[in-house]
Design a protein around this ligand. Structure first.
Ligand SMILES: Cc1ncc(COP(=O)(O)O)c(C=O)c1O
Length: 365
């Protein structure tokens, strides 16, 4: 089978144990206490079964973890930035929030989460946004009391500018991506995301056989893979999903080490529009993911429609362009006999997807 959009991970040894190198990235024994964050709605998001869709795709089950319902925030990112700001203040006991200016680059959702975290603790916040982030997302960040700096460039350019200005001004970066020497905060952000993985383990005792998970820098995927790999007796098969223009994980898999995307990350899937991976996630995703695949822009709208106007009595799910990526990947795999066979998507497959964001403004990031 030769497909330019699907590649096996040659390092994925399914008998490999979750070891110290992985535990240093995602520690399944240190789940955050969401109750202490001061967020309004602390309950788990639903895990929705879509039996009519499963039948249509000829797989056993499809379930969607619906993060559009997280905290009334509309995306899983609420778990990361809010928690990382909270952890930072906890690690600086005796200091006042007014002593800090929190900042990050973001395609939208993470910035909104950091703004929410800063607002909850009462600190100033400055968010760097790339050119493509929607006006709705900018307004939502400002509504959380943060200042916004627009960068005439993409997400990775916004990260570089955030680092430059933070260094000049003494601001504290709460980034979801890592770089050499900057690892503690992105690790806390991912620790926040493990909450959703833990909820899934409780909500689905039978557990999935397949997990299709969209990646930008890889924080969400690392949290999910790490937590499930560490805690489940049988590791599900993990498929990493990216837009073809922002395929930094796909290329890293081929290179056997962190590598840049082959395209310019010009995609409507703004949350996935990253040209570089978060390097700390490599020990988990680089060894724990089984397959890497890309999807195309023209799959986004039909997939959002399929979630919003479901088959039979399946529940309707509001998804954003990045949120629906896992289902777009499942449809692509199921539509290709060789790919379906290689990944083992048959009548016994129980497939987990993450609707990582709701419909937060058309075509938005
Ligand atoms: C809605 C959505 N889904 C998925 C992702 C990807 O997360 P990560 O960058 O941690 O891989 C993002 C990141 O911004 C996002 O906003």
């Amino acid at each position: 089978m030769v497909l330019d959009w699907l590649a096996r991970n040659p390092r994925a040894d399914r008998s490999r144990r979750y070891a110290a190198a992985q535990r240093a990235v995602i520690d399944p024994t240190s789940l955050p206490d969401i109750g202490s964050l001061g967020v309004p709605d602390k309950g788990p998001t639903p895990l929705l079964a879509l039996p009519a869709l499963a039948e249509r795709l000829e797989v056993g089950e499809v379930r969607v973890k619906d993060e559009s319902q997280r905290f009334g925030f509309g995306a899983f990112k609420a778990l990361g930035g809010v928690f990382a700001v909270h952890e930072f203040m906890a690690a600086h006991k005796g200091r006042r929030p007014a002593d800090f200016v929190f900042t990050t680059a973001s395609s939208g959702n993470h910035g909104r989460s950091v703004a929410m975290g800063a607002q909850l603790v009462g600190a100033r916040c400055v968010i760097f946004l790339p050119r493509f982030t929607s006006a709705e997302k900018e307004a939502a960040i400002r509504a959380r009391g943060a200042e916004v700096i627009r960068i005439d460039g993409d997400y990775d350019t916004a990260v570089a500018e955030c680092r430059r200005q933070a260094g000049q001004n003494g601001w504290t970066i709460i980034s979801d991506t890592s770089w050499p020497g900057y690892e503690t905060v992105p690790r806390d952000v991912m620790r926040g995301y493990t909450v959703l993985a833990d909820e899934i383990v409780r909500q689905w005792p039978q557990m999935p056989t397949h997990v299709l998970i969209q990646a930008g820098v890889g924080g969400l995927a690392a949290a999910l893979i790490g937590y499930l790999w560490a805690t489940l007796p049988q590791r599900p098969l993990f498929v990493i999903v990216e837009p073809s223009s922002a395929d930094c994980w796909f290329q890293s898999n081929l290179a056997g080490k962190p590598a840049s995307a082959s395209g310019n990350a010009d995609t409507v899937m703004g949350g996935l529009a990253c040209r570089e991976i978060s390097p700390i996630t490599w020990p988990v995703i680089g060894f724990g993911a089984d397959w890497f695949m890309t999807i195309e822009e023209d799959q986004v709208m039909p997939t959002r429609q399929l979630l919003g106007h479901p088959l039979g009595n399946d529940p309707a799910i509001a998804s954003g362009p990045s949120g629906c990526a896992g289902l777009a990947a499942l449809v692509r795999l199921c539509g290709n006999k060789d790919a379906r066979g290689a990944v083992g998507l048959d009548k016994d497959a129980r497939v987990l997807l993450i609707n990582s964001e709701g419909n937060l403004g058309e075509g938005s990031a």
